[in-house]
Design a protein around this ligand. Structure first.
Ligand code: HEC
Ligand code: HEC
Length: 292
């Protein structure tokens, strides 16, 4: 009887731990959110004010992100396919496109850039037609939904060393990094999003998600310059299985990897030309360490 009781207590304990994140998601009330209406953002010399953003939010964003910013807008249930990620729940304060280390809050500029850019391969449109002031106000408005912005500061942006010249050696070195840290497990040896783990991937809310396919012409959500790609794998896309590799890849190696990733992409590039001349083969997942 005692063991049964203990097992039951353990079970209840586990259930409480599991239930907590879901419960805390649903708990923020209009009142709670309203306490943060003073939230601001700073984009260069423009200051955004959450209190001014209610009209543009209602006009442009509420249908997807919902009145409470929890991603339950009236259009949300109709978004297909499911791998196209549901509108974000801003109450969680978790963001994909950051210049800051994994687990930390993004900068105001990161949010501004994400709103401006929109997300390819998702229903999140591009908002570059809104004025800079409106977008800055919306950044402050997005922040006011989550108490994380009161208790935490944004992380310190990662340092990106100057971009070196592309060389054949660097592309080959990037291929070694791709093999060593096993990007292929999800992205596939040819970058086609068909690695052995690809079909099982889920985001942190348990929804199916696809790894990025480098070869089909789509653009990364968090920007498509070389610097953006560097930042993506050194900070990770929080809330998704795409991790940060800041602890596994050195800054010099990171540039090599950016060059190697370019060889997969359908867009014309110096890297693609060089890979053709080198007759580079896809990495071999079964090769012993260091013998690609
Ligand atoms: C048609 C639906 C739709 C509309 C309208 C929309 N969004 Fe989104 N938004 C999304 C979806 C879907 C995502 C999640 C995409 C993903 O995670 O890949 C998202 C994600 C975001 C993110 C997260 C960025 C990050 O780095 O993680 C922000 C911020 C955001 N939206 C702001 C806005 C603002 C501000 C507006 C209004 C100007 C807006 N959205 C309008 C669908 C929409
Ligand atoms: C455990 C699986 C997994 C591994 C390992 C992984 N990725 Fe990803 N990656 C993903 C998923 C899932 C996405 C899509 C995230 C999304 O669309 O929100 C992604 C997206 C990306 C993107 C596009 C991001 C964007 O802004 O749209 C790049 C670039 C990328 N990964 C590079 C890499 C590199 C380089 C490595 C190895 C250093 C790597 N990934 C390892 C799962 C993984």
């Amino acid at each position: 009887m005692r063991t049964r009781l203990r097992k039951w207590t353990l079970f209840m304990g586990a259930a409480a731990v599991l239930a907590f994140p879901l419960a805390s998601r649903a708990q923020l009330s209009t009142y709670d959110i309203q306490t943060r209406i003073g939230a601001e953002s700073h984009i260069g010399n423009v200051t955004g004010h959450a209190k001014d953003a209610a009209p543009p939010y209602r006009r442009y964003c509420v249908g997807c992100h919902g009145p409470l910013g929890d991603g339950n807008g009236e259009n949300a249930p109709y978004m297909q396919p499911p791998i196209y990620q549901q509108p974000r729940d801003f109450q969680l304060g978790i963001f994909k496109c950051r210049s800051t280390p994994t687990g930390t809050l993004p900068t105001d500029q990161d949010l501004f850039d994400a709103i401006t850019r929109g997300f390819d391969r998702s229903n999140m449109p591009q908002w570059n037609t809104l004025s800079k002031q409106e977008r800055a106000d919306l950044v402050a408005w997005v922040k006011h939904f989550s108490p994380r912005w009161v208790s935490e500061k944004p992380g310190t942006p990662i340092q990106i060393p100057p971009e070196p010249e592309v060389t054949a050696e660097r592309i080959k070195a990037g291929r070694e990094v791709f093999a060593r840290v096993q990007c292929w497990k999800c992205h596939g040896v040819q970058g086609m999003a068909n690695g052995p783990s690809a079909s099982t991937l889920q985001d942190d809310l348990g929804r199916p998600i696809q790894a990025f396919n480098f070869t089909d012409g789509s653009r990364p959500k968090c920007g498509d310059t070389d610097q953006d790609i560097y930042r993506i794998f050194m900070t990770g896309l929080d809330g998704t299985p795409m991790p940060s590799f800041a602890d596994n890849i050195k800054p010099e190696e990171a540039w090599d990897l950016v060059f190697y990733l370019r060889t997969f992409m359908s867009q014309k590039s110096k890297e693609k030309e060089m890979a053709k001349q080198l007759a580079l083969k896809p990495v071999d997942p079964n090769a012993p360490a260091g013998q690609q």
